[in-house]
Design a protein around this ligand. Structure first.
Ligand SMILES: Nc1ncnc2c1ncn2[C@@H]1O[C@H](COP(=O)(O)OP(=O)(O)OP(=O)(O)O)[C@@H](O)[C@H]1O
Length: 560
């Protein structure tokens, strides 16, 4: 018989922490939390590998808060006791948000500061002078503050966390991290958290951990097929555009969707393309200011947007893509064309996009790790999710690599073919080509420039005005049309004759305005197949539609 899972209230946690956990709606710890929290409270060093979305943040955040609360029972000077290192600013923002939720009932006793996001060292100095109990930051930023003596850790630090540990080296933080260690005391407790165990994590383990307990949970790096369904479909460049247009316009993809592309330009190309059909989408990439990026993610999580087109530029296969940052130096690099890109950017790594129903790899990722982390943005915690990868002939070898890595000893392939009859949507090809033609290189360049300018303005507003007027945050949208000049009004509507016969009466292409008004909770989630058979066993084929996403949030079978 399976042993009962240890509950939060059986872990000896402070009541205020238990109340915060209850407020978050967490009825029981996840597996990694159940294993890691008691060990961490015993003072053990931990190396924890658990799949994406399995709750690793709270696995270290809960013991960090608990230990600080416990130490505050004896009168002690206010000091920085915990340092949490993250590879990206987005993650810093998110970790701080999670720490704030966990300390909601003890915010006076446990103060948390995220220093990863802001550019100006001197602006952050006063925050650090107050010696927050927990500091969250990227290694380069933390080191810069240590060098400037805004932050002193050598006598006070009790806990060090390295989140997304496998990324730190590939983001070029190796030198910073090694320098940073010279500023730490001899003895402290360390936690290394990662979804994948790479050579970099092994190297970090040697560097940071003393006799660690190694928690390597769940064989698979992604949830199994009862929670996450993975599909691939072969299609070349033009078909990729045709397919995404019909999937989104006919609402064959339902629920919040993250679309990954290979480069910043492709974000705008796809956004401008979809714009012409009245399909609004936000773009997320390393050129946008960090405030805008975090705001887009927050609003997406709040249900403001259905679609984000993200470029995932940090290829782990290409270490040269990430610079060797050193503290105090700028972290922006110049791309061809002179645009500044933020190397402390990461969308697919660790960012907790909530209730994402689908991940679409419009362009296939270049490494297995990247596939795992992109797809890991859906099916998080106990939620179901679907991943669909478009594969062109040049991406076939990468698909095989991913297949091989995920299938392991199992003979069944993890990525099933997405049963979608491309011939059913042939009628849309003319419109698709028309729209593709409008998205010229010039239009992409202009849109890219316009968006960056716009977001820089937004970012200033976000920094100052919205701090005092949080309600007005909701008025600021990031999915507006970027190039109204190329939008052809007739493309926004889908005439009935174009809808595949089988789908008529089933799909309901909505205008963008109506789409925005739909209530998040009532939306079905997942992907619809068009592979049904006509008059299958005498039943009306329209009624035999299946969502391959399969379940709504309560886990019931979806049916249209
Ligand atoms: N005990 C719990 N019960 C229910 N939901 C939880 C629990 N713990 C965490 N979650 C939720 O699960 C989601 C994923 O958590 P988290 O971001 O910590 O995952 P992760 O393992 O760090 O993922 P990744 O490897 O992608 O960074 C979050 O939305 C979080 O709020």
């Amino acid at each position: 018989m399976a042993a009962e899972r240890l509950q939060f209230h059986e872990m000896g946690l402070d009541d205020r922490l238990l109340k915060a956990v209850a407020d978050l709606g967490w009825s029981q710890p996840t597996l990694i939390q159940e294993k890691a929290i008691p060990l961490a409270l015993e003072g053990k060093d931990l190396l924890a590998r658990a799949r994406t979305g399995s709750g690793k943040t709270a696995a270290y955040a809960v013991p960090v808060v608990q230990r600080i609360l416990a130490s505050k029972q004896s009168v002690r000077e206010q000091d920085v006791r915990a340092l949490i290192l993250v590879p990206t600013k987005e993650l810093g923002h998110q970790v701080q948000a999670m720490m704030r939720q966990l300390t909601a009932f003890c915010s006076r006793d446990v103060r948390v500061a995220d220093i990863s996001g802001k550019a100006d060292l001197s602006a952050q100095r006063p925050i650090l002078m107050e010696k927050p109990d927990v500091v969250v930051g990227t290694p380069s930023r933390v080191l810069a503050h240590l060098n400037a003596q805004n932050l002193v850790l050598h006598s006070s630090l009790e806990m060090l966390v390295v989140d997304e540990a496998d990324l730190l080296f590939s983001f070029g933080f190796e030198a910073d991290l090694k320098n940073l260690l010279c500023h730490l005391p001899k003895i402290y407790q360390s936690f290394l958290m990662s979804a994948t165990l790479t050579e970099d994590v092994q190297a970090l383990k040697e560097l940071l951990l003393h006799n660690p307990v190694i928690l390597k949970l769940q064989g698979s790096q992604l949830p199994d097929s009862s929670q996450l369904q993975q599909y691939s479909i072969k299609c070349e460049e033009e078909d990729k555009f045709l397919l995404i247009y019909t999937l989104l316009k006919l609402r064959l993809v339902q629920g919040k969707t993250l679309v990954f592309v290979a480069a910043v330009d492709r974000c705008y190309r796809l956004k401008l393309f979809l714009e012409q059909f009245g399909i609004p989408a936000c773009v997320l990439n390393s050129e946008l200011p960090v405030q805008s990026r975090c705001h887009i993610i927050t609003q997406f999580n709040q249900g403001f947007y259905d679609y984000i087109i993200a470029s995932d530029e940090h290829s782990l296969a290409d270490p040269t893509a990430a610079p060797q940052t050193t503290a105090g130096k700028g972290k922006k690099t110049m791309e061809r064309g002179g645009k500044a890109k933020d190397k402390e950017y990461g969308v697919s790594r660790g960012v907790d996009f909530q209730n994402v129903a689908n991940v679409i790899n419009f362009d296939f990722p270049t490494t297995v790790e990247s596939y795992i982390h992109r797809v890991g943005r859906t099916a998080r915690a106990d939620n179901p999710g679907t991943a669909l990868s478009f594969i062109s002939h040049t991406e076939l070898a990468l698909l095989s690599e991913v297949e091989e890595a995920l299938t392991g000893d199992n003979s069944d392939s993890v990525l099933k073919p997405y049963e979608f009859k491309m011939e059913e949507i042939e009628g849309f090809r003319y419109r698709c080509r028309d729209a593709m033609r409008s998205v010229t290189k010039q239009a992409v360049r202009e849109a890219r420039l316009k968006e960056v300018k716009q977001e820089l303005l937004n970012s200033e507003k976000l920094k100052t005005y919205f701090d005092d007027n949080p309600r007005d945050l909701q008025l600021l949208r990031h999915d507006k049309d970027l190039h109204p000049a190329v939008v052809k009004p007739h493309l926004k509507n889908v005439p009935e004759y174009l809808i595949p016969e089988m789908l008529r009466g089933v799909v309901n292409p909505l205008s963008s305005r109506r789409r925005r008004k739909r209530k998040e909770k009532t939306k079905p989630q997942g992907l619809v197949k068009t592979s049904f058979k006509k008059n299958d066993q005498g039943r009306n084929p329209l009624k035999s539609f299946k969502y391959t996403g399969g379940r709504n949030r309560k886990g019931k079978a979806g049916q249209s």
